[in-house]
Design a protein around this ligand. Structure first.
Ligand code: UDP
Length: 149
């Protein structure tokens, strides 16, 4: 089963959206296999967002993502990487389709509420940055036969 790295950003935590955001993935049928609150160290944030180093928004992005607690999770299920991105909506919330997470809760690109891995490779890289292997839990759910045919 595929896994992705999702993170409610500091704006989502401050605005009390953690429960509603987690609920969307649970209700879709996806399984949470890792979950924690943390405040990201600057060095870790720079590594996570390494592909954006040098871009004009990079320093502000690192300032923002380290400015308060985030809620990090690893979510598992069929095609979860692409599906979670669709559920999140476009990077710029003003361009995000209403009903998506960003299209429901966001306005500005620098306050877009949630992060989600953009590929399976990114997911593996990001999961390894934020979670130790022993923090990920393997378990079955009785309901899985009602979600997967
Ligand atoms: N970002 C920003 N200004 C920009 C572009 C991106 O503040 O002009 C931030 C935004 O929070 C975004 C993050 O940088 O979520 C990472 O950008 P990316 O293009 O990877 O978007 P994502 O994968 O998060 O949709």
């Amino acid at each position: 089963m595929e896994r992705t790295y999702l993170m409610v950003k500091p704006d989502g935590v401050q605005r009390g959206l953690v429960g509603q955001i987690i609920s969307r993935f649970e209700q879709r049928g996806y399984k949470i296999v890792g979950l924690k609150m943390m405040q990201i160290a600057r060095e870790t944030a720079e590594k996570h967002y390494g592909e954006h180093a040098g871009k004009p928004f990079f320093t502000g992005l690192v300032d923002f993502i380290t400015s308060g607690p985030v809620v990090a999770m690893v979510v598992e299920g069929k095609d979860v990487v692409v599906t979670a991105r669709e559920m999140m909506g476009a990077t710029n919330p003003l361009k995000a389709i209403p009903g998506t997470i960003r299209g429901t809760y966001g306005v500005d690109v620098g306050r877009n509420v949630i992060h989600g891995s953009d590929s399976v490779e990114s997911a593996n890289r990001e999961i390894a940055i934020f979670f130790k292997p022993e923090e990920l839990v393997e378990y079955g759910r009785a309901i899985d036969t009602w979600i997967y045919e």
